[in-house]
Write a protein that binds this ligand. Sequence first.
Ligand code: NAD
Ligand code: LMR
Length: 325
Amino acid sequence: MKNPVDIAVTGAAGQISYALLFRLAAGEFLGEDQPINLYLLEIPSAMSALNGVVMELNDCAYPLLNRVITTDDPNVAFHNVDYAFLVGARPRGAGMERKDLLECNAEIFSVQGKALNEVANKNVKVLVTGNPANTNALIALNNAPNLKSKNFTAMTMLDHNRTINQLAEKSGVKATDIKNVIIWGNHSNTQYPDIHHAKIKGQNALDLVDNDWFIDELIPAIQQRGATVIKARGQSSAASAATAAIKQMRLWALGTPDGDWVSMALLSDGSYGIEKGLIYSFPVTVSQGEISIVQGLDINALSLEKMKITEKELHEEKEAIKHLL
Ligand code: NAD
Ligand code: LMR
């Protein structure tokens, strides 16, 4: 049996974590031969609920679940961890935009960035899910100067999966027949789901679906999907968010498949003319744990305009929290 890996999950008593923890413990992240220790962080008022979640984890008698540690101290939660799922943050309600959460959530990521900096494994992979995810990741990264910027990504995999699903539904194929969609920019209503490079069973997507459908229906549907789920459920997405978090971290740890890429938000290095120093979603491949932004894609005028709109929003979010950087 391999040695256990240490995985931190914040907001561990919340609704995304309730969909995430059991799947981590079942081996869906790193495989059925990889034992894990779970370090679960919550705020003091949620510790009782968290204890209930731990009872249920224990009641599953998972062969791979070696140890569960619960705490309200980030320095305990992140001690030597290899992976950190930063989920804990307030979700938005109906009528709010994700950036409206900056004021209440930003501080969490400054505290947690500092703790990761002090105590986490230097190769830790930190995935920020709590909203607004891109700018929260920027805050965490800036508060962790001893870690490399490449240790941090924010989650746009849910948007990526949503785009795959809608394109598959529209063209009457399976999700696995869709490759090379892209989410550019912010996990917000300015994000740009781009199918100019997408393939459906190997054929160019835009030869098979109508351009007007792409512009007038797909783009707004993906931009608004989170709000549409909130309207229907009365709560924000949870199981689909947990699925995306596992997928993003798994591909980051184990690599992306040949012939495809995925979308992850990471620190811009200026690729595609995007301002350096923003956490921006790009098409990426991963090999041996290292993320590379896919280079050299043709970007038409429409795409460029949409990529700039979402870049501008991220720039404004960064300005709003610059006291935390
Ligand atoms: P939730 O309210 O059910 O759970 C959040 C949990 O975080 C709560 O239990 C809360 O006590 C805990 N928490 C708050 N502050 C904390 C702190 N400082 N340290 C540790 N834990 C803390 O919310 P949820 O539905 O699980 O969503 C969590 C976050 O994920 C929200 O911000 C939501 O908007 C975001 N989200 C992002 C995506 C994405 O695609 N990036 C998708 C879905 C949800
Ligand atoms: C989502 O995209 O479902 C999440 O970011 C939750 C939200 O606020 O929309």
